[in-house]
Design a protein around this ligand. Structure first.
Ligand SMILES: Cc1ncc(COP(=O)(O)O)c(C=O)c1O
Length: 423
């Protein structure tokens, strides 16, 4: 775990870290629904909201807006780890994904098939199904493994072939918390179909850091800002040069690889810079490097370690508090020992409706979330024969004390339920 003084500095950088303005003191384990927001993001956002000027004018304010945007694009590239191909902002992660999938479906060679998977969020699945139909391509689905709650290269191997034109992959599931072995899946797809356009949904993964998009050998990567310490209402994506230049909606006269539509919100760019600066700052505690990218990667490694330790504590408990492993009534999706897990544990208290558990935890100031077998989570829950689950999603700014409080309250809920059931 991070040592205390660093943890304090980290927590000081975020808004509402331990108190909800509407509820009072609370522990935030709903990070997969949207991470905490950096104070620096709120500050720069507020500052820029008051600037009336537009980009592209010859005046000092406009020059500054243009500079902020250019600086942010450079920061996005460093954060993602990309050299060539544009980065651009859009309305949301879903919107970015739809636009990439649409261009890939319509711009790839006629016929053939497109593939997605049962682990994916509806953003990629809905886009893939809709645009494959319009483009006259078969849509195929790779099926994830129920026991490990993730998808593998072997699962993709069952559906990919030489005619696969477009593939989508989720980097990390927002329901199971499991990450996917991207290099292995991409290798399998490329072995069968070297020219396949591969689009990654990085929305749940980005907050865990350490992105190296150039290494993934893909064509598109989407990030949603509110999931990675910024605010709602925008996301950003990277495109490979070949995906970027496929026909797509854009204004006549703009470059072929230009994807942004209309006047940009400069504050979205400024907020992203603050996020990247945060990763940079965090990483500087783990490396002496003068290189921002190196520091960002160091931050990702440190975040991974912290989240791993939090998950371990949640699963195993300690000498004074039982962990989930020792609560026989608690079913853990994907098992207790799953190396693919990224900061999240999805659970079910046997015999007790998940919504009631979430409400009981909330009453104790612990924010979690119930996932239902609806269009967001049915793909995971239906094969398990479960109508709901409780998502407990942690982030590196969460503490061991918060995990222990959660375990204590959960244990009390489980015990009370057992007593009622026995009566
Ligand atoms: C993996 C994943 N993809 C896509 C989305 C949709 O992102 P947005 O809300 O920015 O449209 C989410 C949101 O929860 C997600 O977790």
């Amino acid at each position: 775990m991070f040592e205390n003084s660093l943890m304090q500095q980290i927590r000081d950088r975020f808004c509402h870290v331990d108190t909800c303005p509407f509820q009072g003191p609370r522990i935030f384990f709903e990070n997969a629904g949207g991470g905490l927001t950096l104070k620096s993001v709120v500050e720069v956002n507020t500052e820029l909201a008051g600037i009336p000027d537009n980009q592209g004018r010859d005046n000092p304010a406009s020059h500054e807006l243009v500079r902020i945007i250019a600086e942010s694009r450079a920061n996005m590239r460093t954060f993602l780890g990309v050299k060539d191909g544009p980065v651009f902002t859009g309305e949301s992660g879903t919107e970015l994904i739809f636009r990439m999938v649409r261009a890939a479906a319509l711009g790839s060679p006629a016929g053939g098939n497109m593939i997605g998977s049962t682990l994916e969020h509806p953003a990629t699945v809905s886009a893939g199904k809709r645009w494959s139909k319009i483009a006259g391509k078969e849509y195929r689905t790779a099926v994830h493994d129920n026991a490990t709650a993730t998808i593998t290269a072997d699962d993709y191997a069952k559906v990919v072939d030489a005619d696969t034109r477009v593939a989508t992959i989720i980097h990390t599931s927002p329901v199971t918390g499991m990450t996917v072995d991207i290099p292995a899946v991409v290798k399998t797809i490329r072995a069968a179909s070297p020219e396949c356009i591969i689009i990654l949904d990085g929305i749940q993964h980005a907050a865990h850091g350490g992105l190296s998009v150039d290494d993934y050998d893909i064509d598109g990567y989407a990030v949603s800002a509110y999931k990675v310490f910024s605010r709602h209402n925008y996301g950003f994506a990277w495109l490979s040069p070949r995906l970027a230049t496929l026909p797509h909606d854009h204004l006549d006269g703009t470059p072929d690889d230009f994807w942004e539509m209309g006047t940009r919100d400069t504050s979205a760019f400024a907020c992203t810079t603050k996020v990247v600066e945060y990763f940079d700052w965090l990483g500087s505690h783990f490396t002496d490097s003068e290189d921002r990218r190196t520091r960002i990667l160091a931050a990702g490694k440190a975040i991974g370690k912290q989240e791993h330790d939090l998950v371990e504590l949640m699963i195993n408990g300690n000498e004074s508090q039982r962990g989930l492993r020792d609560m026989a009534e608690v079913y853990v999706i994907g098992g207790h020992d799953n190396p693919a897990r990224e900061g999240m544990v999805s659970i079910i208290v046997e015999g007790k409706p998940c919504a009631e558990v979430v409400a009981a935890l909330n009453a104790k100031g612990i924010r979690t979330h119930v996932r239902k077998a609806d269009y967001f989570s049915g793909n995971i829950l239906e094969p398990l024969g479960r109508p709901t689950c409780i998502r407990v999603s942690m982030c590196h700014y969460n503490t061991d004390q918060e995990v222990l409080s959660f375990l204590r309250e959960l244990e009390a809920i489980v015990r009370a339920h057992a007593e009622v059931s026995a009566a």
